[in-house]
Design a binder for this molecule. Structure first.
Ligand code: CA
Length: 243
């Protein structure tokens, strides 16, 4: 049985979620603060399969919780609950390491579908690990001494391995699929994040900065993830002059 940690201080909503998720056959634990969520999720604590994390919490907010979990190497699938009409919140959530989001108020059926999606991905990943040598075409992209393992959400650079969030992997895949072509920020936002709102697209830049830290030997002089001034970014697999 899958276990879900719900981090939500509005008791009415939290109990409604518990009731409905339990009716779906999940085991649910509710905590009301970010601090309590960290205690429950940091290494050595109980095992959960998915986290539903509200942004607005007393004390430590959802963004800080998300960031601290990822920094601690806790990559549990996490769905963030953000306020409607705050596209910046959504991007900030993804930047912090969230895998998915819903804006409040949301339809319960959608929340359950999103949770199922996250659990399914987790199962795929778990299934992929023992079968690591048997790679399916398209799940790995290799360029130079780097390879992106989309099946494992990992970026391998020589003997180093960097874990990627789903969003980082999706963004990288999106750029790789358009190798050599300038990709506008707006299309990244729409097609990777599914955001159609009039969002400050510069938020994407933070994702690029992080990916550059993994990929580029000198992130200040990028050779693979190039800025296209006034447009967006361009991925180059084999920069001129590189073996
Ligand atoms: Ca709240």
């Amino acid at each position: 049985m899958s276990r879900i940690l719900v981090v939500e201080d509005e008791l009415h909503l939290a109990e409604g979620l518990r009731f409905n998720l339990e009716a779906e056959g999940y085991q649910v634990e509710v905590v009301e603060t970010g601090e309590a969520a960290l205690e429950r999720l940091l290494p050595g604590a109980a095992r959960f399969d998915v986290v539903v994390l509200d942004v607005m919490l007393p004390g430590k907010d959802g963004f800080s919780v998300m960031r601290e979990l990822r920094q601690a190497g806790q990559f549990i699938p996490t769905l963030m609950l953000t306020a409607r009409g705050h596209a910046e919140d959504i991007l900030q959530g993804f930047e912090a390491g969230a895998d998915d989001y819903l804006t409040k108020p949301f339809e319960l059926a959608i929340l359950i579908a999103r949770i199922r999606g996250l659990l399914r991905r987790r199962e795929w990943l778990a299934a992929a690990i023992p079968a690591a040598p048997r790679l399916e075409e398209g799940d790995t992209f290799t360029f130079g001494d780097k390879s992106v393992r989309f099946d494992l959400l990992e970026l391998h650079v020589r003997d180093q391995v960097f874990p990627l969030t789903l969003m980082e992997a999706n963004l990288l895949r999106f750029l790789i699929q358009r190798e050599g072509k300038p990709v506008p920020r707006k299309s990244m936002l729409e097609e990777v994040w599914g955001l159609h709102e009039d969002t400050d697209t510069r938020a994407i830049d933070n994702f690029i900065v992080r990916l550059r830290r993994y990929i580029e030997p000198d992130p200040t002089k990028p050779r693979h993830l190039l800025t296209v001034r006034g447009v967006g970014y361009r991925f180059v697999a084999a920069p001129a002059g590189e073996e």
